[in-house]
Design a protein around this ligand. Structure first.
Ligand SMILES: [Zn+2]
Length: 476
């Protein structure tokens, strides 16, 4: 298999800003009628003048710092000229030479270990309007346009071609999203908040650019499809041509849009309506506002709480989850908290497509305390978590209502005696050295006690009884 080379251009909306990049229109358009968040500037009417949103520049610097970039002394905007119906002015205000930042990196946990993915540049630009295709893009008879999105601040993060697999591309996007959310500049849950252009080639061949992929999973799927397509061409002796392709999310395939135009076709020239912005002198103040970032938090969790790196990695993957863990870990044992939050609760949340805000840290504390005091079994604790997620309530009420109080040791012991008497064949198997017989007997006791006995105690009790009365079954 030939080496695969992937580079990404990630467009993220700075959608925590209240207004657009060059006008004061609101960015909260997601539940609004089309064209209701517009003004002469973002509609590109003649004579309307743009004014740069200073907060947008600050947020862009924040991101660039978090991506370990060099922040330039000053930055300026260019006009990128092209014609497309979603672009009101016939050009997009973007950056070209003198972008806000260059030469950064994101450290990625890949299958071959930790690797730095280089960031070539980070720049600001305005979002075009939104085209709505009826049906699929190649079959649709007409398109609708909504200009509410026109002029929203976008940040474009361009990587060097350092990614090697579609999975790495997905991991990279998750990591970037994670950092942006820690910085509180980005809400990934909003539709259209992230769009990716993915460049992919197989060693020695020309590259294809897959445009405008709008979901994290879509990027991985599009790349997988494209790599197979290019490999098939090579195998048949057909040349891969440099071109722009569209990813059809529904059918999971890429379609040729046009053979690639060069950058010079855009006729970039300095935006005459905006003056260059000095940014270096803002950097120190912004640096002071940077929060603890995911990598630093992961290290601190392992150090401060003594939890495993794997648990730390899961816990920092969402800021809400990390905060949840810290709240719980200050009340109960940190390792127990990490295990139950990262291994159990997170799984139950994923299964229900919920995030951590659906669960109360106070409830988690109560559950873990009951577990520590041996009031409930591990199985019971899982049941409490599930019931809280599905039906609501409180842990103690659920334990009472569902009869989850762990039963006393003597009740377990009675059940053990009964099971031994009822299953002579399994007892014989055990003495014949068949280990699975013990598992079977434990299962029978759990069944008898309706899961309220502690399986480890039961196993221990069973072993004791079996050893003390080896010939029990023969006398029976
Ligand atoms: Zn506007």
């Amino acid at each position: 298999m030939k080496e695969v080379i992937i580079g990404l251009e990630v467009h993220v909306q700075l959608n925590k800003l209240r207004s657009k990049l060059f006008c004061s229109c609101s960015t909260q358009y997601h539940d609004s009628e089309p064209d209701t968040h517009t003004c002469p500037v973002c509609l590109g009417l003649p004579g309307a003048l743009p004014v740069t949103n200073g907060k947008a520049v600050d947020n862009a610097i924040k991101v660039a710092l978090a991506l370990n970039c060099n922040i330039e002394e000053w930055t300026m905007f260019y006009r990128k000229n092209y014609y497309y119906p979603d672009l009101v002015k016939g050009f997009q205000i973007s950056q070209y030479d003198y972008p806000i930042a260059t030469n950064g990196s994101i450290s990625l946990d890949t299958e071959d270990g930790e690797r730095a993915i280089r960031i070539k540049r980070v720049h600001m630009e305005e979002d075009p309007g939104r085209l709505v295709h009826v049906g699929t893009i190649d079959k649709s008879k007409y398109s609708l346009i909504d200009y509410n999105r026109s002029g929203v601040a976008l940040l474009e993060v361009v990587t060097e071609p350092d990614l090697r697999t579609p999975k790495e591309a997905r991991l990279f996007l998750n990591k970037l999203k994670n950092i942006l959310e820690y910085l509180d500049v980005f809400d990934s849950s909003l539709e259209g908040s992230l769009r990716v252009d993915a460049n992919v080639s197989i060693a020695g061949g020309k590259r294809a650019e897959i445009k405008n992929i709008s979901s994290y999973k879509g990027v991985e799927k599009a790349l997988l499809f494209e790599i197979v397509r290019q490999n098939n061409l090579v195998r048949r002796g057909v040349k891969v041509v440099q071109e722009t392709r569209h990813f059809d999310e529904v059918r999971g395939i890429t379609i040729s849009l046009r053979t690639k135009e060069g950058e010079e076709d855009y006729r970039y020239f300095p935006e005459p309506d905006l003056v260059p912005i000095t940014i270096r002198d803002r950097v120190d103040d912004i640096k002071k506002t940077l929060p603890e970032l995911p990598d630093a938090k992961r290290q601190r969790f392992a150090l401060q709480y003594g939890i495993s790196d794997n648990h730390a990695k899961v816990l920092i993957s969402e800021l809400g989850l990390a905060n949840f863990f810290e709240t719980v870990a200050t009340e109960v044992d940190a390792n127990l908290s990490a295990t139950w939050i990262a291994d159990v609760l997170k799984g139950e949340l994923n299964y229900r497509d919920l995030d951590i805000s659906a669960f109360s840290p106070a409830h988690m504390v109560q559950i873990l305390q009951m577990l520590k005091k041996d009031t409930i079994t591990e199985k019971g604790a899982v049941q409490v978590i599930r019931t809280l997620l599905d039906e609501g309530g409180t842990p103690s009420e659920i334990v009472k209502r569902k009869g989850l109080l762990k039963i006393a040791a003597d009740v377990s012991e009675n059940a053990v005696f009964e099971v031994l008497a009822e299953n002579p064949a399994a007892v014989q198997d055990y003495h014949d050295g068949k280990d699975e017989a013990l598992n079977f007997l434990v299962g029978q006791v759990m069944k008898k006690t309706r899961g309220r006995a502690d399986p480890r105690t039961v196993s221990k009790l069973l072993k004791e009884k079996l050893q003390n009365a080896p010939d029990n079954h023969r006398e029976a």
